[in-house]
Design a protein around this ligand. Structure first.
Ligand code: ATP
Ligand code: SF4
Ligand code: MG
Length: 351
């Protein structure tokens, strides 16, 4: 595929094809009536190349975690295909799915709640290996445990300790070691540093990068913080209300965001240079994020879009189209906005 960057290979490891995850909203005494749906993920297609880091950003509730869980088949898609290394996982169940999971692991936001406090680090790390039949021989297991700890920068004396004896950053290192213990190809990291102090965030992100080259990992990194994604991702997908509205290489997205929503998101990030910061144009979005249980018709962003037009925006859902090589945008008027033929006004203010 052409849009894959130098950081990834040409080989597609993950392919999502029009994936939907809709959660039923139940009512009634025994919750037997479905009165609606939360359209958490609503028609996402994307590809991640082997060795690549794909970053997923967007506001709280836009469906990032649900999409990450769908990739790992922790959430069964309502519709669409999830293909991992050429195998369609959508209808896979039982033992086959369990075996496949060895190759796909997750790193969570809050290591303290994702690590069982009653288990020692050794027990935590061995658990997954045992489940996948990788911990039969004690000598080999001990060697592997020491290697894992050394890879994530922890001393081997950590094995006898418990999660509460570590700092937040160290606990996240344990969470990462646990994900790596079964030798995955893909790691989905859902907000891997947002629970950590700013000073520790960079260390953990650097560690993730080092481990990627050491073990040939492919990453899907989810974050609401654009700086985190910029630091680590080769390509970025911007999500809004269950759909991807823009996708491009990280450098392109930050240099020239094309979708009005990405423009607004990026315009809210402060620039370190005070002169640039003073002159910076900030796009303030009016209105609240609509509910994913009742998304607007047409372009989901039209209720808040400063560029919204009377024609098409309220009635026709824009497709994610390739507008420049490797740069996909879901906006009917992306070219006109880029070329300055349309000016913002109306739904939101530009200050
Ligand atoms: N199991 C579930 N049942 C019903 N609704 C759910 C379920 N999981 C998520 N949702 C809803 O789906 C929507 C998307 O949630 P999701 O957690 O994927 O968002 P997110 O982008 O990860 O948000 P955040 O940045 O806050 O983590 C939300 O409205 C959420 O309430
Ligand atoms: S399609 Fe219309 S409402 Fe949607 S982002 Fe483009 S201009 Fe805005
Ligand atoms: Mg989330």
């Amino acid at each position: 595929m052409s849009e894959v960057t130098d950081a990834g290979s040409d080989e597609v490891l993950v392919e999502l094809d029009d994936v939907e995850v809709h959660f039923p909203i139940k009512r009634g005494v025994v919750l037997d009536r479905t009165v609606g749906h939360v359209y958490a993920v609503d028609g996402v297609s994307l590809r991640i190349a082997r060795g690549e880091t794909y970053g997923l950003v967007g506001e709280s509730g836009c469906g990032k975690s649900t999409l990450g869980r769908a990739v790992l088949r922790l959430e069964k898609p309502t519709a669409g295909k999830v293909v991992f290394d050429g195998t369609d996982l959508s209808g896979m169940r039982g033992e086959k799915l369990r075996q496949m999971r060895q190759r796909m692991q997750m790193v969570f936001q809050d290591p303290l709640s994702s690590l069982d406090p009653r288990q020692s680090v050794e027990a935590l790390l061995v658990e997954g290996m045992r489940a996948h039949g990788m911990a039969r021989d004690k000598e080999h297991t001990d060697k592997r445990l020491r290697e894992l700890l050394s890879a994530v920068g922890l001393p081997s004396t950590s094995l006898r300790k418990y999660p509460h004896e570590f700092s937040g950053g160290q606990r996240q290192r344990i969470g990462i070691a646990r994900a790596l213990s079964v030798g995955p190809d893909l790691v989905v990291a859902d907000e891997p540093v947002s629970a950590l102090d700013v000073s520790v965030q960079a260390q953990v992100l650097n560690l993730l990068e080092e481990l990627q080259s050491q073990f040939g990992l492919t990453y899907l990194v989810i974050a609401h913080d654009l700086a985190v994604v910029r630091h680590i991702a080769d390509r970025v997908g911007v999500m809004y209300l269950g759909g991807i509205v823009e996708e491009s290489t990280s450098d392109n997205l930050y240099a020239e965001p094309m979708h009005p929503y990405s423009k607004a998101l990026l315009s809210a990030v402060p620039v370190p240079d005070p002169v640039v910061e003073d002159e910076r144009e900030q796009i303030l979005l009016s209105g609240d994020l609509p509910s994913p249980a009742n998304p607007p018709a047409g372009c989901r962003f039209h209720t808040r879009c400063p560029w919204a037009q009377r024609t098409r925006c309220g009635s026709e859902r824009p497709e994610l189209r390739e507008i420049a090589p490797g740069h996909r945008v879901a906006c009917h008027f992306a070219e006109d906005i880029r070329d300055g033929k349309l000016q913002p006004g109306g739904a939101a203010a530009v200050v």
